[in-house]
Design a protein around this ligand. Sequence first.
Ligand SMILES: Cc1ncc(COP(=O)(O)O)c(C=O)c1O
Length: 365
Amino acid sequence: MQIPFYDFSRETSEIGPNIHAALERVISSGAFIMGDELKSFETEFAQSCACTYGVGVASGTDALFLALTAFGIGTGDEVITVSNTFAATVLAILYTGATPVLVDIEETSHLIDVARVEQAVTEKTKAIIPVHLFGTCAEMDGIMEIARRHSLFVLEDACQAHGALYRGRPAGSLGDAAAFSFYPTKNLGAYGDGGLITTKIRDLYEKLLLLRNYGQKDRYRHLMIGYNSRLDEIQAAFLREKLPHLEEWVDKRQKAARVYDEGLGEINLIKPDLAEGSTHAYYLYVLSVDDRDLLRDHLSSKGVQTLIHYPVPIHKQQAFKKVRIHDDLRNAEKRSSQIVSLPLHPWIREDEMSYVIESIREHYR
Ligand SMILES: Cc1ncc(COP(=O)(O)O)c(C=O)c1O
């Protein structure tokens, strides 16, 4: 049996006709940039995460960078985040000229350690980026409390958390702003690159509209230095077709995760203690085992594709010499050597999961 990590053909067999109709709709409209599809999608997506405003941009990376820029963050400032994240979280901070300050994750989860955030705050700190890694939200109540006390902005990196809830509230509605990615494999993915910022703050929203569109309010009237970072009409139209399925697809991910949970039982899983009313959106299903590489080799020999998110923490990467490390990052380092992500998507079948479970059990027999 061959079990790929993700299978786009199953997605298209469910929604292919709607996608083709959306493409046709945009092409015949003759509007490709900043038209009605984008406007509608921004409203629909913002509403889906209990937010007032949505600003579509070119990628999740740009969503992070433009939100930080709209906060007014730049050279000389510090932004606190984690080392076990996709590089874009830290790249976005560096693009602004600010210094990323990396704090460790909790021992029992893959999420930012709130106590360490408090210790890392200096007079230069301007913002915190909690990363809702794998589909579970960081401990936002604690983070917001620290942020309010020190007058800091909070930008959720929700690029992996479409459809997750934190104490009954959707990811994307928990900080001052949130960055989403629509990279194709995400819980809500485009057929290309795309991103979006959600916020409830009107001033921030208005600034973001300028920043993503060359800094212009009206055509050829530039109020600030802006960028070309728009979510185009074709991607917005595709995303509008997919958004109504998000809840059902996240539900399917959760059901699949339960099958793995039950089948793998005693195998060491990273299971953040979810607070009451919080849910895991299972962008990724991640095991944590001491012989990770051996397990991966075994699964590969059985035709099961696995990935590692992420094998090298940011502070160990050649490119990121300018980060500041707060205290030590021992949990992030340990985790990066143990984690392995299993195939999981809304269309994975029971027999495929049984095969993955049996292959893992065989390895540990
Ligand atoms: C945690 C995290 N942050 C940021 C990004 C960047 O998003 P994009 O690839 O759309 O630029 C991603 C996705 O790839 C991500 O997983």
